[in-house]
Design a protein around this ligand. Sequence first.
Ligand SMILES: Cc1cc2nc3c(=O)[nH]c(=O)nc-3n(C[C@H](O)[C@H](O)[C@H](O)COP(=O)(O)OP(=O)(O)OC[C@H]3O[C@@H](n4cnc5c(N)ncnc54)[C@H](O)[C@@H]3O)c2cc1C
Length: 371
Amino acid sequence: MKICESVSLKGLTTLKIGGVARYFCRVRNEHELQTALQFSKKKEVPLIILGGGSNVLLSDGSISALVAKIDIKGIEWRESKHFVHVLVGAGEIWDTLVEKAVKKGLWGIENLSGIPGTVGAAPIQNIGAYGAEIKNTLKWVKVLDTKTGKSRRLSNKKCEFGYRDSIFKHPKGKALIITHVALRLKKSGTPNLVYKDLKERFKIYDLGFKNKKRELTPAVIRKAVIGIRSKKFPDLRECGTAGSFFKNPIIPKTQFDALKKRYPALPGFPLTADERGYEDMRINADADESLRIIKDKGLKIKIPLAWLLDNVCGLKGFHKGNVALFERQPIVLVNTGGASADEIKKFAEKIVLRVRKETGIDIEWEVQKIY
Ligand SMILES: Cc1cc2nc3c(=O)[nH]c(=O)nc-3n(C[C@H](O)[C@H](O)[C@H](O)COP(=O)(O)OP(=O)(O)OC[C@H]3O[C@@H](n4cnc5c(N)ncnc54)[C@H](O)[C@@H]3O)c2cc1C
């Protein structure tokens, strides 16, 4: 494996922002990952992992680290009676995997069509869209623990998935690099139409046309999802973006009720029991408080940030310099051309402050900042 010096990362991120890495390599297998780890230890520089660069804001100065782009390939399909188990290298492209699964008629990840990036990064923020999340099909991941230098498996439960969250974003999981992901897909299934846009698209199938429902194959769902997404995200060929820049806020019901009085049209979605588990543990440092909240169903409400930005903060169409909120989906931040990392950071900070001022809510970045 070749380790190069002074490599520009700008072309390796979808925001089209990135400085020069002191060292850079492409890792094609676990052995090369070990070599990269040893090299970073010897040179006493951090090891930074990059997948497709679609969820990062990189510094555009010099990055004193070894940046390793994960290129571990390979997809193995193993059939059992009702399922197909898929073992995938972390460097495979997520949407290519979805396309292949859908072609085989397999159920489980069709709603996650069209999400950019690699398979290995998908569990990091528990990618989700249109009522599905990777945690619903993920069995385990194989990781290299950079502290011990050893590989091991981590079960779905041990990944501590939450809304755009997992153990990998927190101190106890930060040293883990995902090399493989194992998913369990269903040979037969029913469409997941919980999400509003999909429900509306396929309304006819919900109106008693039972036979018609059979026509809803994973391929039909994938096509619809890609069609809907093409209207919600900017074209990556025309501008830079990392998709949703912020997470939708999750707030206590009491706070939601107070806001709802001020803004009666404010939409809100109570977290399901499944979603609540680790979310509550993290939101509340106090253990007793966490337990109380877990017992008390529906106490946390997720609200669409896009709605707040448009209707409460008056930020529809907001832009400054080379950065803008995407008109059709204001939670998406766009580099309209030549924006610096600092410009993006300052713009994002403005949004955070405005939301706090108008609503009292502290919003969090979804995008990972690597400075
Ligand atoms: C247009 C657009 C639409 C999007 N839509 C969605 C969406 O609908 N739903 C959604 O959830 N996300 C969405 N995203 C965000 C993004 O696509 C996902 O988060 C994706 O999983 C990131 O993959 P990546 O390979 O590009 O990761 P990168 O951006 O390269 O890395 C992201 C983070 O993961 C770490 N990382 C990457 N690979 C590994 C690994 N193998 N082991 C350990 N750490 C690793 C990196 O260090 C970094 O901290 C969208 C992004 C864009 C640009």
